[in-house]
Design a protein. Structure first.
Length: 314
């Protein structure tokens, strides 16, 4: 019998998303999980690890969670998901988090470089496109091993609102949201199909506009409801789908913030586009054919991302 090594998943940040990531990872039997946070949060990560291990005994999952404040425990991770950082509160933009989260990212990226340079790293911290840029620059990890999670989340929100509006199963909605993880993101309405039928034939323009707006403001809607933090269930599931595609070499086509080198006319910036994720990390970047208005919307989104990224002092 061939023995395969159990995979290791490092989760940096033991907050709401981190706890959910750990839970979903063991429920999917993806590998052993190390839940890391700073010493002030030691009880939190150790408690969550113990709690989940007790649940996995009930349900019979074979993966274990370790709560730690020591980077050495993260060493050798196959996948790392970063949720460390501060979430926004009502009235704040994601960009308002730049300074505080960049400080945290500097430390996280340097430690990944030291302890887990072979990992596939998924960033969830905001402002997402700028954080993933800083992460790759500081960690110096190969460009195909660093991505930002947002497109999966934004696309999932878009699909959810479409299915709700039509009263149909979300499984039959095929859609894609391109661009930066901000208010200018670009849900590709013209490319969306429901059971093979173009969405534009199923909903009137005012309904489509309302869905696009709600998708763009999807994060803020939850910040307004939670009051003290931001979304955590859907972001965790979204990041796990990317981690799973890497760990199991699924080669899924998922929207992610990837480093563009000329594609879409963009060079040297991370931006949300469809990519193939497999054992090689980002194995391909796809470039769907866009019409003039989609190109213009994407350019607007890129200019917002560029403005934030250009203000990053590494
Ligand atoms: C989200 O979209 O849920 C996250 O980016 C968190 C936020 O601040 O909106």
């Amino acid at each position: 019998m061939t023995q395969t090594r159990k995979k290791k998943i490092g989760l940096i940040g033991g907050g709401q998303i981190g706890g959910n990531l750990a839970l979903i990872a063991v429920q999917k039997n993806l590998g052993d999980v190390v839940l890391f946070d700073i010493p002030a949060a030691e009880g939190l990560v150790k408690g969550k690890a113990l709690d989940i291990n007790q649940l996995s005994a009930v349900d019979g999952y074979d993966c274990r969670v370790t709560g730690t404040t020591d980077w050495k425990d993260v060493a050798g991770s196959d996948v790392i998901i970063i949720t460390a950082g501060v979430p926004r509160k009502p009235g704040m933009s994601r960009e308002d988090l730049l300074d505080i989260n960049l400080k945290i990212m500097r430390d996280v990226a340097a430690n990944i470089k030291t302890h887990a340079p072979g990992a596939f790293v998924i960033n969830v911290a905001n402002p997402l496109d700028a954080m993933v840029f800083a992460l790759q620059k500081i960690s110096e990890l190969p460009k195909h091993m660093v991505v930002g999670m947002a497109g999966v989340l934004d696309t999932s929100r878009f699909k959810c609102f479409v299915a709700e509006a039509l009263g149909c199963s979300i499984r039959d909605v095929e859609a894609l949201v391109l661009g930066g993880h901000g208010d200018d993101m670009v849900p590709l309405v013209r490319h969306t199909t429901v059971g093979g039928v173009p969405l534009t034939e199923l909903l009137a323009q005012d309904k489509l506009d309302a869905i696009v707006k709600r998708t763009r403001e999807g994060g803020a809607e939850l910040v307004g409801l939670y009051k003290t933090g931001s979304a955590y269930f859907a972001p965790a599931s979204s990041a796990i789908s990317m981690a799973e595609s890497f760990l199991l070499d699924r080669k899924r086509i998922l929207p992610a913030a990837a480093l563009l080198e000329g594609q879409y006319g963009i060079n040297g910036y991370f931006f949300g586009v469809p990519v193939q994720i497999g054992a090689g990390g980002v194995e391909k970047i796809l470039t769907p054919k866009l019409d003039e208005s989609e190109k213009a919307a994407l350019e607007k989104s890129f200019q917002s991302v560029k403005k934030t990224v250009d203000s990053v002092k590494l």
